[in-house]
Design a protein around this ligand. Structure first.
Ligand SMILES: Cc1cc2nc3c(=O)[nH]c(=O)nc-3n(C[C@H](O)[C@H](O)[C@H](O)COP(=O)(O)OP(=O)(O)OC[C@H]3O[C@@H](n4cnc5c(N)ncnc54)[C@H](O)[C@@H]3O)c2cc1C
Length: 430
């Protein structure tokens, strides 16, 4: 049983991102400047730049998929949510940085503004513009152009280059950073750390990140749309909690070597590692071409979604479609421990979409499986669950399903007074 601990890492990130503002306030050259409105606006511009850069650093660090952060934030999806949130705040602050500095450098004239806003022989300033233009282009691409996932993922890496240009700007331009050693040291350390983490994950990840090597022993089609990949360890076996997921890539040109996340569908004490994948797009479509003997590189485990991370052994599991996969691993591990009493609602459009239904129904008397087909009965809701599973109180609820279904059920449970801490969800989407 895992005691739910408060997460102080988030607080630390917020405080550490504000430290540059504190150091800036302590810098000896501040007071003489607080005279005019123009001076105040340009100082606010400096502050926006400093805090924006600090947040940008932490956004890069949170994107590096560190397992200790996965643990502290109780799941990689939470880490990525924080990464995206502080990335957005950093972007807004870094946009305001030049806009507020405009008050000082434009000197109230249009030509002055144009001069400030244009590239020149002043390279310390140019690096700042290049960083911002690259950042704006990548954010517009993400928010408005919405390219295919793998193209988006590739372009998103260029935010590291934008950060590098921004670092050159921060350290080469004459400013409080160049004049006040404590501020300079702090910003230098943060930027260096963020660039080192970026290089570790994005530039040299292939060589530096620990991966387990497995061999594909079989690829089985479970129905028209779902297949299973079974793998045997080449060396050390991956230890994981049932419900966790991995990033896997196959060294097979017919499939492509990109790494994708999949929940582990085998049990922790099984000799083999299994993933069960629904054909969704170009990569999952090609998985059927995988041939036995192919080497798989497995990174993980990740995620906090496990019946073991709960308060009560009485639990309700709700799976939507392919969201059944983490529950397959949890169900398997029930063989080793039958302290649990579980109602599993397996929700599908119709029964032909199901995988492992008979196996689930017979694996453990403490696991009661309820197949729910919405082409017959409409969408599942809290009253249906309540009628079948009985009282909802003192039970942990685990939901792995499409985001809309998770959102709707969470709302219903919370609306019925169920404590948020008892509702755990996993989305197949970061
Ligand atoms: C924590 C987690 C666990 C998952 N477990 C399973 C599982 O057990 N079974 C299963 O069938 N699917 C699972 N998925 C989803 C699976 O990763 C995607 O369906 C697959 O990556 C789709 O790739 P594609 O090229 O076929 O489709 P695309 O059309 O390229 O992508 C469809 C969607 O899949 C997601 N996706 C695609 N590539 C990646 C990637 N490299 N990293 C992260 N997300 C990506 C994106 O949200 C994208 O919008 C899981 C996803 C996550 C985040």
């Amino acid at each position: 049983m895992t005691k739910i601990k408060h997460n102080y890492v988030w607080l630390a990130i917020v405080i550490l991102s504000l430290v540059p503002a504190l150091l800036w306030l302590l810098s000896p050259s501040l007071l003489p400047r607080l005279g005019s409105l123009r001076a105040v606006m340009s100082d606010l511009g400096q502050l926006a730049g400093l805090i924006g850069m600090a947040l940008f650093s932490f956004s890069l660090i949170l994107s590096a998929r560190f397992r200790f952060l996965d643990k502290y934030f109780k799941g990689l999806n939470n880490v990525y949510a924080k990464h995206s949130l502080i990335g957005q705040v950093a972007f807004v602050l870094l946009l305001f940085h030049p806009l507020l500095l405009l008050f000082k450098y434009a000197g109230g004239s249009f030509s002055g503004a144009m001069l400030f806003l244009s590239l020149s022989s002043n390279w310390p300033k140019n690096w700042g513009w290049l960083a911002l233009v690259l950042m704006i282009s990548l954010i517009v691409l993400t928010l408005y152009l919405k390219p295919k996932y793998n193209i988006w993922k590739w372009t998103h890496k260029f935010l590291g280059l934008s950060f590098f240009f921004a670092s050159l700007h921060v350290f080469l331009i004459p400013s409080d950073v160049s004049r006040y050693a404590p501020l300079r040291f702090y910003m230098l350390s943060l930027s260096f750390l963020a660039l080192a983490v970026f290089a570790y994950r994005t530039l040299f990840g292939k060589y530096l990140i620990k991966k387990y090597k497995y061999t594909v022993s079989a690829v089985k089609s479970l129905n028209d749309n779902v297949l299973e990949v079974i793998m045997k360890p080449q060396g050390r076996k991956l230890d994981f909690n049932p419900g966790q997921f991995i990033f896997v890539s196959f060294l097979d040109s017919k499939v492509g070597q990109e790494s994708h996340p999949f929940s582990i569908s085998s049990g922790p004490s099984d000799g083999e590692l299994k993933i069960t994948a629904k054909v969704l797009g170009d990569y999952t479509e090609k998985l059927a071409n995988l041939s036995p003997g192919t080497t798989a590189e497995v990174e993980g485990p990740f995620g906090f979604f496990s019946h073991k991370n709960s308060i009560y052994n009485n639990q309700i599991w709700i799976a939507g479609g392919i969201g059944i996969t983490p529950f397959l691993s949890m169900a398997k591990s029930l063989l080793d421990n039958s302290d649990y009493s579980i109602d599993l609602f397996y929700c599908l459009k119709n029964e032909s979409e199901s995988v492992y239904l008979d196996w689930l129904k017979n694996i453990n008397p403490k696991l009661r499986v309820h197949l729910f087909c919405y082409d017959k009965s409409g969408y599942i809701n809290i009253d249906i669950i309540n009628n079948i599973a009985g009282s909802l109180s003192e039970k942990d609820i685990f939901i792995c399903a499409p985001p809309v279904m998770i959102g709707s059920l969470k709302k219903q449970f919370i609306g019925r007074g169920i404590d948020k801490k008892l509702i755990h969800s996993e989305e197949f989407n970061f």
